[in-house]
Design a protein around this ligand. Sequence first.
Ligand SMILES: *[C@@H]1O[C@H](CO)[C@@H](O)[C@H](O)[C@H]1NC(C)=O
Ligand SMILES: *[C@@H]1O[C@H](CO)[C@@H](O)[C@H](O)[C@H]1NC(C)=O
Length: 166
Amino acid sequence: MAFRHYNFFSLVFLATTTILLAGHSHGSAVELDPNGLCQNADNKQFCREIVYNLTDPHDALVSSIHKLVYASKNAKKLALKQGSSEEIDVCIENFEESVDNLKSGLKGLEDHDLPTLNINLSAALTNYVTCDDAFSEFGKTNPLAKTDALLEEMASNCLYLLTLIH
Ligand SMILES: *[C@@H]1O[C@H](CO)[C@@H](O)[C@H](O)[C@H]1NC(C)=O
Ligand SMILES: *[C@@H]1O[C@H](CO)[C@@H](O)[C@H](O)[C@H]1NC(C)=O
């Protein structure tokens, strides 16, 4: 599956993402991804911003999933502020499901059940795509398109980080 790549900083101003950098904006410069975990990522810069200063792939994945849970909850809040429509309802339902999938995935990671984690992360990703599809099927514009694209990018980055864990 190919995703359009977004520069992380261009998305930082979205409500869903402000938290990602909330703790990062003050203090001295931090070396991002000091262990080069992101060197094979599709979107290296995006990956580096997510990994931040973490050096262990396991820690980086846990942190990335937590960020995605947070972003999914915020996406739901944003969706609830849109005028109600069948399509928005699909998005809300799918964002909720993604949160469940991600929580289940974190449990899988705790149990070192990587196949389950993979299934749960893929399911979360599919849910974000489903939100887009709900609109595009009827030729409508998704008001959450940018947020959704960010969530998809974050989920595919989690799937990438998972490949670093054995
Ligand atoms: C990573 O960043 C956090 C928050 O900015 C800081 O508290 C922590 O000491 C840093 N860790 C390393 C290994 O630099
Ligand atoms: C996560 O994946 C496992 C394995 O397929 C599945 O049993 C579980 O229901 C999934 N979690 C959610 C919330 O869908």
